[in-house]
Design a protein around this ligand. Structure first.
Ligand code: BTN
Length: 257
């Protein structure tokens, strides 16, 4: 923890709350945000008993191995632009993972961190809004760092991986967390300065899914098409067989290879 603090360069992670066990770092960070915790406060846990993923899924969070971290953000922006926060966090995490581990990590829309076609991590951004504006956001980051193959339940092992599995050796969680917070500091400033194009172009550079056939599931609706681009609000644009373009704000995406 003291070592992590020393590695922090900007406002992300200037205040850090370290917990050994918590239900969910996102829930804890939300309580802190309600009490007025400052922008950039990070909540880190060694283990979560009710880690949450997107779409109401569980996020398996055993102790000792991985990163479970939530960062409180208080951007002055419209609710409409909220997806850009996830885009910003995805760019930061992907860059940090590439710099620290050397692995060819990629982003899969909207927020999956992928390597070898398997999921290495994910991001869950939860927003409190007032009218059209964001009051605060909690960006939760889960990364499988040192999980061994045999520690994943078999059905999860088919679709998930860890830095250790990919590299064949363990990785320091502290360095990786520091790099994520420092990259977030950099990319949050790009975002706050309204340099949307710089952020979106970096996101495009870190994905290889554009032009590929994809299937997006949104509740009971399924859309098939070619991944075409992301728009300036971070929505995915899919080109349908008819040639028309469809904008998608959220959903579960599979790249069909
Ligand atoms: C996803 O489904 O891909 C998003 C997973 C996000 C998991 C992280 S772990 C830290 C934070 N606390 C939670 O309960 N969830 C997020």
């Amino acid at each position: 923890m003291r070592q992590l603090k020393k590695l922090i360069k900007g406002e992300m992670g200037r205040d850090i709350i370290w917990l050994s066990v918590i239900d969910s770092t996102n829930s804890f960070a939300t309580e802190l945000a309600e009490k007025g915790a400052s922008h950039g406060t990070a909540v880190i846990a060694d283990c979560q008993t009710k880690g949450r993923g997107r779409m109401g899924r569980n996020w398996i969070s055993p102790p000792g191995d991985n990163i479970y971290m939530s960062v409180i953000l208080t951007p002055s922006m419209r609710l409409k632009e909220a997806t850009l926060l996830t885009i910003m966090a995805g760019v930061a995490c992907c860059g940090a993972l590439r710099n620290t581990t050397g692995l060819p990590v990629e982003i899969r829309w909207p927020n999956d961190l992928m390597v070898s076609h398997k999921k290495l991590g994910g991001i869950l951004t939860e927003i409190k809004s007032g009218g059209e504006k964001i009051v605060y956001a909690v960006t939760g980051i889960g990364i499988n760092v040192n999980t061994k193959v045999e520690e994943f339940p078999p059905e999860v092992g088919m679709i998930a991986t860890s830095v250790r599995i990919e590299k064949g050796k363990t990785e320091s969680r502290t360095f990786l967390m520091a790099e994520i917070l420092n990259e977030m500091d950099l990319w949050y400033r790009v975002f706050a300065q309204r340099r949307k194009d710089t952020l979106l172009n970096e996101w495009r550079r870190l994905t290889s899914m554009m032009g590929k056939p994809v299937q997006v599931t949104m509740g009971d609706k399924v859309i098939n098409g070619l991944a075409y681009d992301i728009d300036d609000e971070g929505m995915l644009i899919v080109k349908l067989a008819s040639g028309s373009l469809r904008r998608i704000s959220s959903g579960d995406l599979v790249v069909l290879r």
